[in-house]
Design a protein around this ligand. Sequence first.
Ligand code: AR6
Length: 184
Amino acid sequence: MDYWTENEQKISLIQGEITTQVVDAIVNAANSQLAGGGGVDGAIHRRGGPTIMQETRERYPNGCPTGSAVISSAGHLSAKYVFHAVGPIWQGGQAGEPELLRAAYRRCLDLARSNECRTIAFPSLSTGAYGYPMSEASRIALSSCIAYFQEYDSPSEILFVLFDEMALEIFRGALQTLVNNDSD
Ligand code: AR6
């Protein structure tokens, strides 16, 4: 499913594997130690090779706070950059999780803009090991991007790469609702 803004910026939802996307920036679902792990993080370091971790260790010895993101090169991936984003761990929703998740998306979009990335691929941050409920997370992910497009004309294309059919359906439903509400 695709969503176009009036000035031709685009959000696309696809089911797939994030590490094979050909985009300017791929977003990693990292932890605040930037220590690597499973899920998206494991796949990115496996496929991208060891230079990514070498670089983040050197450039960011103190890691990255929750709700933010840092940039590295992309090793063997078909991208110019990896943005290592740290989403919140779900603790029931009353510990600032929505604001932190929104801030992580926004920081990635800022990094895309300041590094002249036209296209960026996101996974659904925080919805795997970090336990964030997918429906709430999808609304935050998509509304952050739509709000960003209302402020800035870059990046021009945002791709959400959802791992399974269920995630894709949830994102589709959320995008439909947001777009309908927008046009009311
Ligand atoms: N491509 C696209 N989506 C994926 C892929 C993939 N290759 N693999 C998993 N997903 P997660 P988090 C989906 O756990 O919740 C790591 O250990 C997955 O189904 O990767 O932010 C890090 O080191 C889920 O919907 O990230 C951190 O410690 C979504 O991507 C911690 O997990 C995110 O799942 C971060 O947890």
